[in-house]
Design a protein around this ligand. Sequence first.
Ligand code: NAP
Length: 242
Amino acid sequence: MQVLVLGSTGQTGYQVVKQLLENDIPVKTIARTTDKFASFDKNGNLQVIKASILDMADNSLKEILADIDFTICCLGHNISLKGIWGKPHFLVTEALKKIHLNTDNKGQTKKLILMSTTACLNDDKQERFSFGEEIVMGIMRCLLPPQRDNEEAVKFLKSIDQGDHRLEWIAVRPDTLVAEEQVTNYEIFESPQKSPVFNAGKTSRINVAHFMMQLVCNDELWTGWKYKMPVIYNVKEQTPDQ
Ligand SMILES: NC(=O)c1ccc[n+]([C@@H]2O[C@H](COP(=O)([O-])OP(=O)(O)OC[C@H]3O[C@@H](n4cnc5c(N)ncnc54)[C@H](OP(=O)(O)O)[C@@H]3O)[C@@H](O)[C@H]2O)c1
């Protein structure tokens, strides 16, 4: 088994790479900078390809994808003026389209895990924003291109013909991301349990990476969540006086 990780220099993507390697799973990654992987220099299970995914020629990507079983996409717009309002406006969507285009449909079905967000609703589950949430989301869509990108990315996955057996997918939806050092207890739901706008929950990036790794390792878990949009929240630890 071999996994391609996109967004591996980011806070979640790096955790995904680390946890896969700790579990002896071979990883390839395409990254614009490579310094972050210096500590894995001697790890024969990691192959770092220095490139920007959207600028890669299709035949190069096809070659990279040939022996990949899972692609995990943790790409996200950098929190800077250029990252949020500059090009590419559809970084995540365009990257998924390139992966799909260059995945051949001969042989075994490939699998893709997208890091999405609770701000993307799942129509299949009749999820709807309340009136107040819809107003806030409308403003966010106008002002923040990354929200539109996240929504388009999910729309693209849903548009893939499930009959072509080329790519199965799961869109993992964390709520507000937080940084933690250790994996803690987390819960997975079919749909958001809290308002992502007015009452957001918390999800550690390290827990997102852990769940993604479980999806790679556990066939039954994959089958259960295939073509779905699982929501992940940290379990709030009770202190003794609570
Ligand atoms: N903030 C939240 O509370 C929240 C909640 C739920 C979901 N999310 C979503 O979670 C995702 C990942 O979050 P994170 O905090 O782990 O992200 P992050 O640390 O900001 O990482 C972003 C990754 O995307 C890469 N990237 C950015 N622009 C790129 C470009 N033009 N071309 C190629 N690669 C590019 C970065 O690479 P470089 O190092 O080369 O820049 C980095 O590897 C985001 O999509 C975000 O929308 C966020």
